[in-house]
Design a protein around this ligand. Structure first.
Ligand SMILES: *Cc1c(COP(=O)(O)O)cnc(C)c1O
Length: 458
């Protein structure tokens, strides 16, 4: 080692790759120390994404960390396992497809899966328009204003007009009547959400399907549904299997979900499934033939990690339907417990009466808000001091003056942790209530200025 080597007494390199390297230990320590003071994953109630897997699942992933999914010739069994996962996800959503390998794709998360579902809807619409000799330059997509940001990206990247149906206190989920009014011959699909990121609620896909059935019959259009079931796709089949939101409905032609949310796999993993092969445009699918099986490949990425796919398959065979049901019922019970306790506090009210998924939002009671010297942003900061990450944010446009706070309950959150959290919230509120002067964020909110809120939420 010479004096020019980066050592721990110097500022960490930020702009250029250092001329000389440093020891593995020092490099490791630097990286480790930089990331150490961040939120502890178990106390992070902001994220939907898996922060806990058991030892065997973790071991499988670590052992597969060097495997590239795309190298199918080298690792054909990974592709087969991916095909099995797609089959299981498709059947979990009541796919009617008769083919041995169901039509779907793996993604890095729901974002990639949503993009693929959206592109397929757009191409199908375009081909129909071309065949009818009609213009196909003004596609649009309809969903509630509580969409996840990936849909804005999708619409911008593919130049599709995003028509949003405002959510409001009157219509806390997708207002179906208004959604149908927004439809026209250029609508490529409507996207209801199961597990809305902003609220935790489910849009009513069955009612939407019925309304579309009538609308399509009258107009002669074929406007389909893509369900963004990033969270709900792995909750509904276990906790509410009789509810019709999936391929049992006529106009639902594709569904996407995040394997790394309630699929219980570490990031990044997503799935998209089509109702049948005919709904996946040929331009998007590449068929690979090996081991006597023809497996369809679709995706935006070429290389991608294989470990998540192995972990998803591991979860499926290890937990089974019963295991998933148990894990999610426990999360749901803890979420309902927190929901009840927060609803009992004088200063708060819940956004919804009942929970569709193991997450919920709440806000200040209007009469309390009028005299409060603090906001939920202050509560977020206070809870951070005890290690909790509980995000506060403002709702989408039309109800953007509404400040809410959200808890996402995931596998491993115990009743004891919930009690600690509720205790910390009560203590924090008691302290905030002693304030003599309004906080900076209270002044901001009262002045009608938009607080930027939590950045990772939507
Ligand atoms: C999380 C989420 C997404 C994006 O999913 P990633 O897996 O993070 O890419 C899309 N839509 C909804 C409704 C979500 O909750």
């Amino acid at each position: 080692m010479d004096g020019k080597l980066y050592n721990l007494q110097e500022p960490a390199p930020t702009e250029f790759i250092p001329e000389h390297g440093t020891s593995a230990e020092k490099a490791y320590q630097t990286v480790k120390d930089e990331t150490f003071p961040q939120t502890q994953p178990r106390l992070n109630l902001a994220t939907f994404v898996t922060t806990y897997m058991d030892d065997y699942g973790t071991r499988l992933m670590n052992e597969a960390v060097g495997i590239n999914y795309i190298d199918e010739t080298e690792y054909p069994r990974v592709a087969v396992m991916c095909g099995r996962c797609i089959n299981m996800v498709a059947n979990m959503w009541n796919s009617p497809e008769q083919n041995e390998w169901k039509t779907g794709a793996v993604g890095i998360g729901s974002s990639e899966a949503c993009m693929l579902g959206g592109v397929a809807a757009w191409i199908r619409w375009r081909e129909r328009r071309k065949a009818a000799g009609k213009p196909y330059d003004k596609p649009n997509l309809i969903m509630s204003s509580a969409y996840q940001v990936v849909w804005e990206k999708f619409c911008q990247l593919w130049q599709i007009e995003l028509r949003t149906v405002p959510v409001s206190r009157k219509h806390p989920t997708l207002d179906i009547e208004t959604a149908i009014e927004m439809c026209d011959e250029n609508t490529i699909c409507i996207v209801p959400i199961e597990g809305v990121t902003w609220t935790g609620m489910n849009d009513d896909v069955e009612a939407l399907n019925d309304a579309l059935e009538q609308y399509n019959r009258i107009t002669g259009y074929d406007i389909p549904i893509h369900v963004d079931a990033a969270s709900g796709g792995f909750i509904l089949p276990f906790l509410n299997p009789d509810k019709k939101w999936d391929f049992r409905l006529k106009w639902v032609l594709s569904i996407s979900t995040s394997g790394h949310k309630y699929g219980l796999v570490y990031p990044g993993l997503g799935w998209v499934v089509w109702k049948d092969k005919q709904y996946l445009p040929k331009e998007m699918s590449f068929s690979v033939n090996y081991l006597g099986a023809s497996i369809t490949q679709v995706g935006l990425n070429f290389s991608r990690p294989a470990a998540q796919i192995l972990a998803q398959y591991y979860n499926f065979i290890h937990l089974g339907m019963e295991g998933y049901r148990e894990v999610h019922s426990e999360s749901m019970a803890i979420a309902e417990y927190c929901h009840e306790k927060i609803g009992e506090m004088d200063c708060f009210m819940n956004y919804a009466d009942k929970l569709d998924n193991p997450l919920f939002i709440w806000m200040m009671k209007p009469e309390y808000e009028k005299k409060a010297k603090w906001t939920l942003f202050d509560l977020q900061d206070k809870l951070m001091q005890s290690g909790w990450m509980v995000p506060a944010y403002t709702m989408p446009k039309d109800i953007e003056d509404m400040v809410v706070m959200r808890i996402v309950v995931r596998q491993g959150m115990s009743r004891d942790m919930a009690d600690m959290l509720i205790g910390d919230i009560r203590n924090a509120v008691a302290e905030l209530e002693k304030l003599e002067y309004p906080t900076a964020s209270r002044i901001e909110v009262n002045d009608g200025k938009k607080h930027k809120g939590h950045v990772f939420t939507h």
